[in-house]
Design a protein around this ligand. Structure first.
Ligand SMILES: Nc1ncnc2c1ncn2[C@@H]1O[C@H](COP(=O)(O)OP(=O)(O)OP(=O)(O)O)[C@@H](O)[C@H]1O
Length: 981
């Protein structure tokens, strides 16, 4: 049986910012409420809906939907709805049915509770004020969302996360070299967007082999719980859309890209952010786009924020790379020709950016900059920067803005971030060890025939069904495919010397791998499986195999068996695709059982070990058959492009230029020499060009050190914030959580029998968890959670206090020799309230802001004379029943004081509103002028996009303008003379 009727007005206890709600619909089980001011609808279970009925009493001011106001004298009930009776501003008697109350109307829960004698404990009131204070402080902290995660503070990652997550709807390509932490960057961006309220729902698409790794990283490092969706899970939802099952949904690309029905369901949801890992697999060409590209393309057309992650953005060719950039910013990347043409000028742009650092100074530097800018805003900035009369601050500001404009308007600036080992520094050396082996007769036979008979290659291709040049590079695959050959009866691993070589190395404790973990990567799944069998049969090694054909659970089991330092296996055998993106940095030996055909794949392989966290030099072992095509491929990589020493990002271009020539030279030494020489020449030329042009621009853009340092400093300050420990102690006490020091900076948090329900990680009767404030300790101990202002427990406790009525009224006694007994004081905390649609993300400019007012009985304002803490320390608690009586007896004076305090608080509002407006305008105007400038350079910038931004600015302006103060909490203080002591 419910008390709800359509048309009644209620507010949400948990989401008071939604404003005044109207009951739309009630049935036996649920109640649906429309919150008109914020354009949100919510459906709750009618048994325990977190709603409070709004009912005004005599003396309250209320407002109608038409805007007129009245003072309530009385009320009556008609058909379950309240009708208020009173006087309007003209003194006329009037009635206002509750259904016609303005959606934006203020109502003071605290006031109503106080005047009806509902008072909370003093320490709750105290905690509420502190919560508001800290929440406001933390919401504005520049490190918000970056300080909580359990990560090392690595500058380039934090720069990227800060830069990207501050954007309204970020759409970027995170393209750091392998293993530099793109997953961490994406996690940081997501975490910050979630914490700042700028994103609520995200879809994360990763290769099937990485789903578990992502799930674990997001939980362990970011305390983010995601819903992992696959076909089985989806079917469990029946006809309902499975993508609605969670706020953060993680799904395998392999599954979604192959499943049009599920894609439709994914498209039917409102996502704020889409994350796509290993995005180089999204291939596109003018003739055809791959299913992954098509799917992500459709999502990208409607999801506002996109993060594409790839270490090898050009692996599928420049066209695909360009097409992915176009997904992110179709206005900026409208023509491939223009993009190519632009690249020609990157050197001049990079030189101009360097010249900015030297200005004001030489005229030549000024001309260098002037040569690459044409826009009036840039020219004006250049005038400022080149004018020696201007102050340092003006120079610095102009320099920064010009630099941003140059990086934004030239090159991949705003959309692509690529850090390289070279400029990040501190990575271990890579060492190449080539083991030259003699090819076994079964392989040699074929190679000899190929050398003798030119036509045999065609025959071989037909007979094996393999492609060229794979048939030459992977002799074991060729052998396996020649099933009709009567000589091919033995399994290949029985005679392949690479297997024996590996077995010897595994057992060798002098310079071999005897005491070490070894990752072995082979191109084909069949090779990986055969090799593992060979290791088992011939050497007794149990090597798990990691390949694309395994189920997720099997893959994770294999990776876990390898990762276990104590009990784990020594060798893991992986296929090419099966190991992409995986973290194996605890291992330093990589055996490339054969070589991939694309330099980017080679880099992906090395990247499994050469990742953040690798502590040793990386040993790369390549067994090759002397004189074989495999050895020629090795020479091409090694001598043609130094592919084993460090990533260079030129693999795709070189492969496009020489891949075919190389394939044709795999049986011919002479032409191979030529290909290697020409490859080397192109490699060196491109390297020099890129270092001066595109790479230089990318480097400049990928990590701006001052910004990174500022973010790190802000994080360190939060890490060292002593207020957190004090606040947590107080909050845990009030919420009923016991905390016990375990030593070594570690606490154990355990639910007490009185604990308030629903705290993350804490269930009554269960053990709780161990946690630490120390970042270093949390990094060293996976089993210990990291406590910060961003920890879900802290966020939950703060959210509960701020969104609910907890502690919003109190009554206390104050003994003071100078104040006669029986005098009243009221301490009120007002909070800014600004209902607006969520999509405006208003909190970034105006977080809930507290205004405290302290009045004595005569109405004199004592706020500046007696601080909150000073008063808090001095007051004493009082029994609830006494408090109720005291309030009742002073009802009328209290009402007057509350009204008076409101007037006092209102005086503060204009400056709060103005500061928020200034912040908002500074940010949106910069974004508007960027888009306007781009639209002049690039005719494809859509007018409606500019319009949308202008409309957003106007809506924000209006919303901020409409900010009101709402009474958040009130404490009544009654003085008791000294004689009562
Ligand atoms: N700031 C950090 N603190 C602690 N560990 C980190 C940090 N950054 C990265 N790592 C660790 O380094 C490894 C590589 O990071 P990550 O997987 O994010 O790299 P990636 O660039 O996505 O790699 P790939 O190109 O292979 O996909 C991971 O094990 C990750 O947990």
């Amino acid at each position: 049986m419910s008390d709800y009727s359509p048309g009644q007005r209620w507010i949400s206890d948990g989401e008071a910012e939604l404003g005044l709600g109207t009951i739309l619909n009630v049935d036996a089980r649920s109640v649906t409420v429309l919150f008109g001011a914020s354009q949100e609808t919510r459906t709750y279970s009618s048994r325990n809906a977190p709603l409070t009925r709004v009912a005004f009493g005599g003396g309250d001011r209320i407002q109608s939907t038409e805007g007129w106001q009245m003072t309530v004298d009385d009320s009556k009930e008609v058909g379950g709805l309240i009708v208020y009776i009173g006087e309007d501003d003209a003194g006329e008697l009037c009635e206002l049915p509750e259904a016609r109350l303005a959606d934006t109307m203020q109502f003071d829960q605290a006031r109503d509770r106080l005047l009806t004698g509902q008072v909370d404990r003093n320490d709750w009131f105290d905690l509420r004020f502190r919560t508001l204070h800290h929440f406001h402080r933390i919401e504005q902290n520049p490190a918000l969302g970056l300080a909580g995660p359990r990560i090392d503070l690595i500058p380039h990652q934090l720069y990227i996360a800060d830069e990207v997550a501050r954007r309204h709807a970020p759409r970027v390509l995170l393209a750091d070299e392998v293993g530099l932490g793109k997953t961490i960057e994406a996690g940081l961006i997501l975490h910050r967007l979630l914490l700042t309220g700028r994103a609520e729902r995200a879809l994360i698409l990763v290769p099937a082999s990485l789903t578990h790794q992502w799930l674990v990283e997001l939980l362990r490092r970011f305390a983010l719980e995601v819903t992992l969706l696959d076909e089985q899970q989806s079917q469990a939802h029946g006809d309902a859309n499975p993508f609605e099952a969670g706020q953060l949904v993680l799904a395998s690309q392999d599954w979604l890209f192959a499943n049009p029905h599920r894609q439709q369901q994914a498209l039917a949801c409102d996502w704020d952010l889409l994350i796509v890992d290993e995005a180089h697999h999204l291939d596109w060409s003018p003739e055809q786009s791959g299913p992954g590209y098509a799917c992500v393309g459709r999502l990208a057309a409607q999801v506002p924020g996109i993060l594409l992650l790839t270490a090898t953005p050009e692996q599928m060719g420049l066209e695909s790379h360009f097409a992915r950039l176009r997904l992110l910013d179709p206005d900026r990347y409208h023509s491939l020709e223009a993009f190519r043409e632009e690249e020609q000028h990157y050197v001049e742009v990079a030189e101009a950016i360097d010249a900015l650092e030297r200005l004001p100074g030489e005229d030549a530097d000024r001309s260098r900059v002037a040569a690459v800018i044409a826009e009036p805003d840039s020219l004006a900035l250049l005038d400022t920067l080149a004018d020696p009369e201007r102050g340092d601050d003006q120079h610095a500001a102009a320099r920064d803005q010009l630099r941003d404009q140059l990086l934004d308007r030239h090159g991949t600036g705003r959309v692509m971030f690529r850090n390289s080992r070279r400029h990040v520094g501190g990575f271990p050396e890579r060492r190449l060890h080539i083991a030259e082996l003699e090819a076994p007769s079964s392989y040699r036979r074929v190679l000899r025939r190929l050398a003798r008979d030119e036509d045999y290659l065609d025959e071989l291709l037909i007979e094996t069904g393999l492609d060229h040049p794979e048939v030459l590079i992977y002799p074991d695959a060729m052998y396996r495919a020649l099933t009709d050959d009567p000589l091919n009866t033995e399994p290949w691993w029985q005679f392949d010397p690479r297997v024996t070589w590996l077995l010897e190395r595994l057992a060798d404790d002098e310079g071999g791998f005897a005491d070490d973990k070894v990752l072995v990567i082979a191109h084909d799944r069949e090779t990986a499986l055969g090799l593992a069998e060979g290791l088992r049969v011939l050497g007794g090694y149990q090597a798990p195999v990691f390949h694309e054909g395994l189920s997720l659970v099997e893959r994770d089991r294999a990776a876990a068996a390898f990762a276990d330092q104590e009990e784990g296996c020594q060798v893991l055998v992986c296929s090419e695709i099966g190991s992409e993106g995986r973290n194996f940095q605890f291992c330093r030996h990589l055996v490339m059982f054969d070589l991939p055909l694309h330099p980017d794949q080679l880099e992906q392989r090395i990247g499994r070990l050469d990742r953040i966290g690798q502590r040793y030099a990386i040993e790369l072992h390549v067994p090759v058959f002397a004189g074989s095509p495999g050895e020629k491929l090795l020479r091409w990589y090694h001598q043609g492009m130094d592919a084993f020493s460090a990533p260079h990002g030129l693999g795709s271009e070189i492969h496009a230029a020489f891949g075919d020539a190389l394939a044709d030279s795999l049986l011919d030494d002479e032409s191979l020499e030529e290909v290697i020489t020409e490859t080397r020449a192109l490699f060196e030329a491109r390297l020099a060009e890129r270092d001066a042009g595109r790479n230089r621009l990318l480097e400049l853009n990928a990590c701006r050190h001052e910004r990174a340092d500022a973010v790190i400093e802000a994080i360190r300050e939060l890490d060292a914030d002593k207020a957190l420990t004090r606040y947590l102690d107080q909050a845990l006490d009030i919420f009923g959580v016991d905390s016990q020091e375990l030593g070594g900076d570690i606490l154990h948090l355990q639910p007490s029998p009185q604990m308030l329900d629903g705290l993350p990680g804490l269930v009554k009767g269960e053990e709780g968890f161990s946690a630490t404030f120390s970042r270093a300790r949390a990094l060293a101990r996976d089993d210990v959670q990291r406590l910060s202002w961003e920890h879900p427990l802290l966020r939950e406790m703060m959210g509960r206090i701020l969104d609910g009525p907890m502690g919003n009224t109190a009554l206390a006694l104050l003994r003071h020799p100078a104040i006669p007994a029986g005098r009243l004081m009221v301490e009120l905390v007002f909070r800014t309230h600004c209902p607006a649609p969520k999509r405006l993300h208003l909190n970034r400019f105006l977080p809930p802001t507290a205004v405290r007012v302290l009045l004595d009985e005569s109405g004199a304002n004592l706020t500046d004379k007696i601080s909150f803490t000073g008063l808090s320390r001095a007051v004493q608690k009082v029994k609830k029943a006494v408090a109720r009586d005291l309030i009742k007896s002073r009802h009328d004076r209290l009402r007057e004081l509350l009204d008076g305090a409101e007037t006092e608080a209102e005086r503060e509002l204009p400056s709060i509103v103005e500061a928020a407006q200034v912040r908002m305008r500074a940010e949106l105007d910069a974004e508007l002028s960027r888009l306007e400038a781009l639209s002049r350079l690039n005719p494809a910038v859509r007018a409606d996009e500019l319009e949308a931004l202008r409309a957003e600015r106007a809506a924000l302006d209006e919303a901020i303008e409409g900010t009101r103060l709402r009474l958040d909490a009130v404490r009544v203080i009654v003085t008791v003379g000294d004689e009562t002591r």
